[in-house]
Design a protein around this ligand. Structure first.
Ligand code: SF4
Ligand code: SF4
Length: 156
């Protein structure tokens, strides 16, 4: 093998390793999830949250528009009459049952859009993995509870 061929071969090897060598000196781009929160965008839609007014009353008035708007039949609402002496919501009715099946949900946000009182929103809590099918059925009590998202919202 001549010197020329040797040099040419070395150049070709270096060219083959160009991507590897370039990335060797770049900063780390992976994160140690879940120890480090995964950054998400502000408009990212994760699981549902049911909201209350500042006085503690539930926003949901049991109108079922979210259930009707859902394209996958993921939501189930059962309404009941409010007791005027001890109302659950400001309306005549409230949601006695409000459930969402996250195995059916496609996170389209139609339920959020359909709600006339902004009672249901898709928040940022995406850590919903469970080991049983039942675990994907979220009840009203779970959805009303304060969230604890392990997320960092990054700039758009
Ligand atoms: S986000 Fe879409 S698919 Fe999921 S429950 Fe709401 S309307 Fe249904
Ligand atoms: S969440 Fe909104 S749309 Fe759904 S039942 Fe309650 S008030 Fe109606």
């Amino acid at each position: 093998m001549t010197v020329t061929e040797t040099v040419k071969g070395a150049v070709e090897i270096l060219q083959g390793f160009r991507v590897t060598l370039t990335n060797l000196f770049r900063g780390q781009i992976t994160t140690q999830y879940p120890e480090e929160p995964a950054p998400i965008y502000p408009r990212f839609r994760a699981r549902h949250e049911l909201r209350r007014y500042e006085n503690g009353l539930e926003r949901c008035i049991g109108c079922m528009l979210c259930e009707a708007a859902c394209p996958t039949g993921a939501i189930h609402v059962e309404a009941a009459e409010n007791d005027p002496a001890n109302p659950v919501s400001p309306g005549e009715r409230y949601a006695r049952v409000w459930e969402v099946n996250l195995m059916r949900c496609v996170y389209c946000g139609d339920c959020e859009t359909a709600c006339p009182v902004e009672a249901v929103v898709l928040g940022h809590e995406f850590e919903t993995a469970v080991y049983t099918r039942d675990g994907f059925l979220w009840t009203k009590e779970q959805l009303l509870a304060p969230t604890n998202p392990n997320v960092v919202v990054r700039a758009e």
